[in-house]
Design a protein around this ligand. Structure first.
Ligand code: SF4
Ligand code: SF4
Ligand code: SF4
Length: 390
């Protein structure tokens, strides 16, 4: 039985189909010079949007030259990528990714902003993008989701960084550095992670001049490499920032290690073709890790699913909390059905309504008490600078 068959037995929703051999394409070819030029221009334009909103203030930060410019660019290039993508799983992922960036990161914050009750509401930062901000409710909700489903919740399906790098940056996938030295370099991200932890601690403590200066500096430490790595894509590939610099990715990666997520590897069916190594934009030595451990459970896996879907032998399969719960649910399904029948539809509906009301009151209370109880003194400028990272 292959890893995929074993991992997905009886769970159709979680199956990621391997592509037929005729449709497999391990790496994109080299794009024409004008496509690469267009890509770099788009990266530079996104950078100018951030620069204008943060420092230049030209034309009063119009929508075509502010933080939202990046998201509009992602939408434009995203449509191109979705239409061009040959892998059904990746196409589906791109549709979700581009939709999330467009709706959650751009349209809602721009047109109907609502604010975090904790730290974000004092600044100009609408609620959803504050998922990168330590201390916000969204931040903790995302950590919980990553624990259950892996880093791909953000890094695979819902982050402007992956959005711009997988749409605009696609023409530079082929230069992704691979091999032992490129893999060893991944540890650089822990230095940024350490800064992130200190900045997070500064945010969660009463503000003083030291923490203010530190968080401001941290924002620059993150933002400058974020945009610089885009412009360096012709050398470091489209995922350079996620691989070597991103402290958020490191945080989520840690949860990859302690949570439910991993990629299972079947040593018996694998024919050592190496396709999985070649398709991984994070430069993970999938084959070597799989052979050694029987799974890929490294902090660096952002769960794009390219290796899983491009493996012609079905030797790779996702594993997350669903893999743990599904057997139990299957086992108890008939018992649950019998219980539901004995309760009757009217009683079940009544209990569902009661549970929904209870949950709403509970969540509303936590939210409100958080809003009232945290008269934090963080300045608007400080939060604007920290949150403009994404
Ligand atoms: S590693 Fe960081 S920048 Fe890259 S997708 Fe994940 S959170 Fe976004
Ligand atoms: S896991 Fe699949 S893609 Fe990777 S080497 Fe084995 S057969 Fe090839
Ligand atoms: S190991 Fe597979 S799922 Fe993880 S990042 Fe690489 S290609 Fe994507």
């Amino acid at each position: 039985m292959t890893a995929r068959a074993a991992a997905t037995k009886g769970r159709k929703a979680f199956v990621t189909k391997a592509l037929p051999a005729s449709k497999q394409r391990s790496l994109a070819g080299k794009y024409a010079w004008w496509v690469q030029g267009l890509t770099l221009t788009a990266f530079a334009y996104a950078f100018m949007g951030w620069l204008n909103e943060s420092y230049l203030y030209l034309w009063d930060n119009p929508i075509w030259l502010n933080r939202y410019t990046e998201y509009a660019i992602i939408l434009g290039f995203g449509v191109w990528r979705i239409l061009a993508e040959h892998n059904p799983y990746t196409r589906k992922r791109l549709i979700v990714l581009v939709s999330c960036v467009t709706v959650l990161w751009w349209l809602i914050p721009w047109l109907f902003p609502f604010f975090e009750p904790y730290v974000g509401y004092l600044g100009t930062q609408p609620a959803f993008p504050s998922l990168h901000t330590p201390g916000t409710l969204t931040f903790f909700a995302v950590l919980g989701a990553v624990l259950l489903f892996g880093r791909r919740i953000i890094c695979g399906w819902n982050c402007p960084c992956v959005g711009i790098r997988e749409t605009v940056g696609f023409p530079f996938r082929h230069v992704t550095p691979r091999g032992p030295w490129a893999w060893r370099l991944r540890h650089t991200k822990w230095a940024f992670f350490a800064l992130y932890v200190v900045a997070g601690a500064a945010v969660l403590t009463p503000l003083n001049s030291w923490s203010s200066a530190f968080v401001g500096a941290f924002a620059l430490i993150v933002v400058i490499p974020y945009f610089a790595s885009m412009l360096a894509s012709p050398v470091i590939g489209n995922r350079g920032y996620c691989r070597y610099l991103c402290p958020y990715g490191a945080t989520f990666g840690l949860l990859n290690r302690v949570g439910f997520y991993r990629v299972d590897f079947d040593r018996h069916t694998c024919n050592d073709c190496g396709v999985c190594n070649n398709v991984c934009d994070m430069g993970i030595p999938v084959l070597a890790l799989g052979r050694a451990k029987g799974r890929i459970d490294v902090a660096d896996c952002m769960g794009c699913g390219r290796c899983v879907t491009e493996c012609g032998k079905g030797s790779l399969a996702f594993h997350d909390v669903r893999s743990v719960l599904a057997p139990a649910v299957r086992r108890d399904r008939s018992r649950l059905r019998a219980w539901a029948t004995s309760r009757g539809k009217a009683a079940l509906a009544q209990e569902a309504v009661f549970a929904a009301v209870l949950l709403t009151v509970l969540v509303g209370s936590v939210w409100l008490s958080s809003a009232v109880g945290t008269a934090n003194e963080l300045s608007t400028d400080l939060w604007a600078s920290l949150c403009l990272v994404h």
